[in-house]
Unconditional design. Structure first.
Length: 292
């Protein structure tokens, strides 16, 4: 299964048989005070820096979320997307729970973007999927419904089937549906990671769809979170995950190493390129911090 995305100049294919696609997560104020402050101040240069650092370390798609309490997220999404269009060539992933915000952003987003996200909740299905259909975008489907997040892989598969059925009825192609199995914290429930992994296996086996991860949730509340996140990414890639919304400077190395070990990187060229990119960014950051 191939999910095709396109930016101003660059296209990206999320492929069930291909290497994992990295979606940069940092243009999002959730839990990021500096990003929230930049949006409030209209500091687009801060956003430029976040975009460029992610692209320089392996991001192939950029997630864009502008949800700051008290601000007009519809107007803000339009402003940020238009700004990114000036220098970002890769596809965008527009991230909002507000259908009006998504519609406004999709109207100015180039090429074929990705929408993050719809769920199995009736209100979301009826409000988000028509926006996706009208724009011809692809969409991430979260495996939760009006009863919350199912506790078993089988119940999450049922939500995936519901999202797919509703999308197909609207005329959204199957290949434009990317499923997010939902990652819960192993600090709160020790079997949470295993449930997600089993959900990935079932969705791939039964539906054949591409699968996205917000991998960092798995380690919430635990010490040395990056170690857990890296181990989880590697395991889920073997299970069938094909894209991840993550921090590329921290996670691109393990993602490309996993691709290499899974035989998806001929002669290790993607791994070597990503390694060099990350080292260059780290060296530049160290030089900036070095006192005169």
């Amino acid at each position: 299964m191939q999910t095709y995305l396109k930016g101003i100049k660059k296209a990206v294919t999320i492929d069930t048989d291909g290497p994992m696609v990295i979606i940069g997560e940092k243009i999002n104020p959730t839990g990021r005070k500096k990003m929230a402050a930049a949006l409030q101040a209209g500091d687009m240069e801060y956003i430029r820096g976040l975009a460029q650092s992610q692209l320089a370390t392996g991001a192939e798609v950029l997630d864009v979320n502008v949800g700051v309490p008290g601000m007009d997220d519809v107007a803000l999404m339009v402003s940020v997307v238009k700004f990114l269009n000036e220098f970002v060539e890769v596809p965008l992933c527009l991230d909002s729970s507000n259908p009006a915000t998504l519609a406004a952003g999709l109207a100015v987003a180039p090429g074929k973007p990705l929408v993050n996200s719809v769920s199995g909740e009736e209100s979301r299905l009826s409000s988000i999927l028509p926006v996706v259909k009208d724009r011809g975008a692809a969409v991430i489907g979260l495996l939760m419904d009006d009863s919350g997040v199912p506790t078993t892989a089988e119940a999450r598969l049922a939500v995936a089937e519901k999202i797919l059925e509703r999308a197909l009825k609207l005329g959204i192609p199957k290949e434009d549906i990317v499923i997010d199995p939902l990652v819960m914290s192993v600090g709160a429930e020790s079997s949470a990671g295993r449930t997600t992994i089993e959900t990935i296996r079932l969705v791939r086996e039964k539906l054949g769809l591409n699968i996205n991860l917000g991998a960092s949730n798995v380690s919430f509340g635990m010490p040395e979170r990056p170690t857990i996140n890296m181990a989880f990414l590697a395991i889920t890639m073997l299970a069938g995950a094909t894209c991840a919304i993550t921090d590329p400077i921290k996670m691109a190395g393990v993602i490309r190493a996993s691709d290499l070990l899974l035989g998806r990187d001929e002669y290790g060229m993607r791994y070597i390129k990503t390694y060099r990119q990350i080292q260059a960014v780290l060296a530049a950051q160290a030089a900036e911090q070095k006192p005169d």
